[in-house]
Design a protein around this ligand. Structure first.
Ligand code: UGA
Length: 443
């Protein structure tokens, strides 16, 4: 099938590349000439395991093209995916200017039937606004061309996006146009061959499903983080509790990990936006408001543990910091807990020696102008001469460190772990003091 994807950010690029991988002919459009040039030269502007190979292979086969030419891109696809950014506006609601501008571009150039697919995370009711924006452009041109607007939210996880797209647990399609439904079914047939994973619903329910999913997941995390605070006080281990409750299939084992708070481009933004939608419609989402508040506090948990140990004045102290990205397997620094941790430490006069396997460049941008932070190129180098180690992101390479070398490098044998990577007894056996999240045995 012929597909156009507008926006070559995270969502757009993964969508375009994976659809091309299944044999579709895909044109990806972006207004950012620099990004398009990188892609045309066979590079990718983000770190995402497996994506570069798919982009290169399909570009070489001629099934995946990149352009800044709006007219050419709109002419190409019967299916027009909108995968542009929806950053939070000042009041927390999703800013739809890029989505609506993409819709206007389609309306300004289309000459035959199009299915316009909202892939970006957009509030309930956006499909109507997209429909309206296209209609206005068609009216301006004085032409009458049929089209449908469909909601098809993405559920990709950064770091696992290719696998999530190629082997989805569900594909949500919100549509009220028969012809569009047939085309969407045909497009996704190859992804759901063995199991029917496509769930068809009305447009508004599809839009809502996306927010409900992220809000539910964020709620689980904040809930576990709060339980972890209490576990420390009452002398319980949140990791034992996690296993204990996760074995109940009604609860399930995923997304029960207490930590240093959730970050990224999705949860913080989507939770805010849903709270805002609630306000708009006069429904106060009390649980979700608390989820956000708890998470904002949780990002300070590591800073607080450092202060509990070293006191408020950290002048003259140096801390090794492992992991800057908001989670492993990405270089994304958006809303990363590490930004709060670094600020909590340097604000009190400390120096930070930070190491991240891939996010250093992005972190240098995000932490530009922050005094006292240096970036090193190995986990061991970060430890040299540091008073203690603070772990913020659970990269795989941090899971089996050389504990003896760690103890030798640190001034104090202290590990403050925001991701509960280790068995407390193991560190103790290596002569290391271990402070973790919600684990009174460790703290
Ligand atoms: C999230 C969702 O998981 C995807 O399903 C969704 O498609 C995506 O948002 C989106 O809306 O685009 P992502 O932000 O890439 O994906 O990352 P997650 O793996 O969900 O992690 C989010 C944050 O939660 C991370 O900071 C992670 O450290 C934290 N987390 C996750 C925990 O603290 N505990 C957990 O048990 C799980």
């Amino acid at each position: 099938m012929k597909v156009t994807v507008i926006g070559t950010g995270y969502v757009g690029l993964v969508t375009g590349a994976c659809l091309a991988e299944m044999g579709n002919h895909v044109v990806c459009l972006d207004v950012d000439e620099r990004k398009i040039r990188v892609l045309q030269d066979g590079g990718i502007p983000i770190h995402e395991p497996g994506l570069e190979a798919i982009v290169q292979r399909n570009a070489a086969m001629g099934r995946l093209q990149f352009t800044t030419d709006v007219a050419q891109a709109v002419a190409h696809g019967t299916l027009q995916f909108i995968g542009v950014g929806t950053p939070p506006g000042e009041d927390g609601s999703a800013d739809l200017q890029h989505v609506l501008s993409a819709a206007r571009s389609i309306g300004a150039h289309m000459t035959d039937y199009k299915v316009i697919v909202d892939k970006s995370t957009v509030p309930v009711g956006t499909a109507d606004r997209v429909r309206e924006a296209v209609a206005q452009e068609l009216a301006r041109r004085g032409v009458d061309v049929a089209y449908a607007v469909v909601s098809n939210p993405e559920f990709l996880k950064e770091g696992a996006a290719v696998g999530d797209f190629m082997r989805p647990d569900r594909i949500i399609v919100g549509a009220d146009d028969e012809r569009a439904v047939l085309l969407m079914r045909a497009l996704y047939a190859s992804f759901t061959r063995n199991h029917e994973r496509l769930q068809l619903m009305d447009v508004r329910s599809a839009e809502f499903t996306k927010y409900a999913a992220n809000a539910m997941l964020a709620t689980r995390i904040s809930f576990m983080n709060e339980l972890a605070l209490l576990a420390e006080k009452v002398g319980a281990d949140i990791d034992m509790v996690r296993r204990g409750i996760g074995s109940d299939p009604r609860i399930g084992t995923h997304f029960l990990y207490a930590g240093a708070g959730y970050g990224g481009s999705c949860f913080p933004k989507d939770v805010k936006a849903l709270v805002r939608t609630g306000q708009e419609y006069g429904v106060k989402l009390r649980v979700l408001e608390a989820v956000e508040e708890a998470n904002d506090l949780q990002k300070h948990v590591l800073g607080r543990k450092v202060v509990e140990h070293f006191g408020e004045d950290l002048a003259g102290r140096t801390f090794a910091l492992w992991g800057l990205a908001f989670k492993p397997d990405t270089d994304d620094m958006r809303e990363a807990p590490s930004l709060v941790v670094v600020d909590d430490l340097v604000r009190r006069g400390a120096r930070v020696q930070a190491y991240d396997p891939v996010a250093t460049e992005q972190a240098q941008v995000a932490l530009k102008g922050v005094p006292g932070v240096s970036f090193v190129d190995s986990a061991q180098a970060a430890l040299a001469g540091a008073d203690a180690l603070v772990i913020v992101t659970e990269w795989r390479e941090f899971r089996s460190p050389d504990f003896d070398a760690m103890r030798a490098a640190l001034k104090q044998p202290l590990v403050i772990d925001g991701r509960n990577l280790f068995e407390p007894a193991l560190l103790k056996a290596h002569g290391l003091e271990y402070v973790a999240i919600g684990r009174s045995q460790a703290n």
